[in-house]
Design a protein around this ligand. Structure first.
Ligand code: ZN
Length: 274
């Protein structure tokens, strides 16, 4: 008789690994709570690059938009959430930083699917500094510096179309934990003023650079008159919001497949630690 123990052991190890990697048993977060998704770039990955998790290819992004449409999701903005708009299966697509592919790749696809999105734009994004080194000095590879950023004309067209809502992401993508009180105010409140003057639209939502923030930063955000602020803490915040300046997001990773994407949408997480 064939000895089945090695096979059973192999299957057992696989199930254990799969369960650990994908926390598929996590319960579904109520669909009455809007999902806020975090994107950066819509472009193909670069072989061997460090930041490929924030590069979602256009094909994958289109599959996601179609999936939302096929499953009855509605696309809201952060301003909608601030107003308390109630809608089952709501999703808010957010884009951080202001990469040029948001215009060349994401914008046409959003129009095609009748979707909307929020753009957290770095106000002074053409000053030639490498933002990623603000978090960790060893990230000084210039990888993100080389990625083209949105021009002011592109931003204007995106915002004027009504497809994009504009949000603030500080002036220089500063690491707030290293900034003085005065710098925090200038970066947070100053970026709102800059964007509002430049693009003549209200800017009511804020994204903490690198997802780094503390209660003092949040108080400055509040003082600046923002009605919502998003972090990079994973998950789905219960709605209506108790603390609208500390909202969680679902990270859309260019390194993950459809299974992980759907799991994150349903549970707010992909695994025990992500
Ligand atoms: Zn950022």
């Amino acid at each position: 008789m064939l000895n089945s123990w090695p096979w059973l052991a192999a299957v057992g190890i696989f199930v254990a690994w799969f369960s650990y990697r994908y926390a598929w048993w996590s319960s579904t977060v109520s669909w009455a709570y809007p999902r806020i998704l975090m994107y950066h770039m819509i472009r193909p990955p670069i072989r061997g690059a460090r930041f490929n998790s924030i590069r979602v290819s256009p094909e994958v992004f289109e599959w996601q938009l179609k999936w939302f449409t096929d499953h009855g999701f509605v696309f809201l903005t952060m301003a909608d959430l601030a107003k308390g708009v109630r809608q089952e299966r709501a999703v808010v697509l957010t884009f951080d930083d202001g990469f040029e592919d948001n215009y060349t790749a994401a914008f046409p696809l959003l129009k095609k699917y009748g979707a909307r999105a929020t753009l957290y734009l770095v106000a002074e994004r053409h000053d030639g500094r490498d933002w990623s080194t603000q978090k960790k000095a060893h990230h000084d590879t210039g990888e993100l510096l080389k990625e083209p950023k949105l021009s002011d004309e592109q931003v204007r067209e995106m915002v004027d179309s009504g497809v994009f809502e504009l949000g603030a992401h500080t002036k220089t993508h500063v690491n707030l934990s290293k900034a003085s009180g005065e710098e925090k105010r200038s970066e947070i409140i100053g970026s709102k003023k800059l964007l509002e003057e430049q693009f003549t639209v209200p800017v009511t939502s804020f994204a903490y650079p690198f997802g780094i923030w503390d209660p003092q930063d949040r108080d400055v955000v509040k003082e600046g008159g923002f009605s919502t602020a998003v972090t990079t803490d994973r998950g789905v915040t219960p709605y209506p919001y108790e603390n609208p300046l500390e909202l969680r997001r679902i990270k859309v990773s260019g390194r993950e497949g459809k299974f992980a994407f759907r799991l994150r949408l349903r549970t707010g997480r992909r695994s025990l630690w992500k």
